[in-house]
Design a protein around this ligand. Structure first.
Ligand SMILES: Nc1ncnc2c1ncn2[C@@H]1O[C@H](COP(=O)(O)OP(=O)(O)OP(=O)(O)O)[C@@H](O)[C@H]1O
Ligand SMILES: [Mg+2]
Length: 225
């Protein structure tokens, strides 16, 4: 088994009113390629922060993250963006769709960044997968929360990522849509070998992954490995 992600002595602090707020404290784990992992824990325990650091969206205060053999700490902003575009899919807790682009255009962005051909057709196929082919011309503000979540999912799938980070991917969805999304995520893992790391409050969803990492107060309380 190969390691796709290695997190060593990772800490994150924020300055807060002259003091230092410790959000993550000495986090350590390794994740094997092709596995499925859930990160669970109470609100404010640092789950989103941890996901952002692992995906190279943000920089740690100390410690290291090695993603697919690349040391993220040694890269600048542009280099990290390139690594993300090449290897990483990310589904944000708050979607983060570009408001001035339609659903279809949002999905096209990563494909265009990669300089792919037939970008529009590929994006449409991805929207079809999440059941939104008919809504491609709508702007995010014209879509429901669940629909935006599914556009975000299609966008995250678009670069066939080696590793997909999903921050509460079913959190805003009704049971039926949630199950569809869940199915898509596990299919991607099974068919494309994409490593899946998801943050969830849904313990039933978490129990379907190979491993559960439990955070509390910015530290690992328990790792089922
Ligand atoms: N930019 C920031 N500046 C200061 N504090 C921050 C910042 N970002 C996050 N925090 C703090 O870090 C802590 C962890 O936040 P985080 O978003 O990682 O939690 P979470 O586990 O994802 O919670 P939830 O389940 O509510 O999404 C919170 O107390 C939050 O207020
Ligand atoms: Mg969060």
């Amino acid at each position: 088994m190969t390691e796709i992600l290695s997190v060593r002595n990772l800490s994150k602090t924020y300055p807060a009113q002259g003091k230092t707020l410790s959000v993550l404290n000495d986090i350590n784990f390794e994740i094997q390629q092709g596995s499925t992992v859930s990160i669970v824990g109470p609100s404010g325990s640092g789950k989103t922060t941890l996901l952002g650091l692992c995906a190279g969206l943000d920089r740690a205060s100390s410690g290291s993250v090695v993603l697919n053999g690349i040391k993220l700490d040694e890269l600048n902003e542009d280099e990290r963006a390139r690594v993300r575009n090449q290897h990483v899919g990310f589904i944000f807790q708050n979607f983060q769709l570009l408001p001035t682009l339609t659903a279809l255009e949002n999905v096209m962005v990563p494909l265009e960044l990669r300089g792919e051909r037939n970008v529009k057709a590929s994006a449409l196929t991805l929207l079809e997968k999440v059941g939104l082919a008919a809504r491609g011309h709508h702007y995010p503000s014209q879509l429901s929360g669940g629909e935006q979540q599914r556009v975000s999912l299609a966008r995250a799938f678009s670069n066939s990522p080696k590793i997909l980070f999903a921050d509460e991917p079913t959190g805003n969805l009704d049971t039926e849509t949630g199950q569809k999304v869940e199915k898509l995520l596990f299919e991607l893992n099974r068919d494309a070998g994409t490593t899946l790391i998801l943050v969830t409050h849904d313990l039933e969803l978490a129990s379907k992954t190979n491993r559960i990492i439990r955070l509390k107060g910015g530290a690992i309380l328990n790792d089922s490995l």
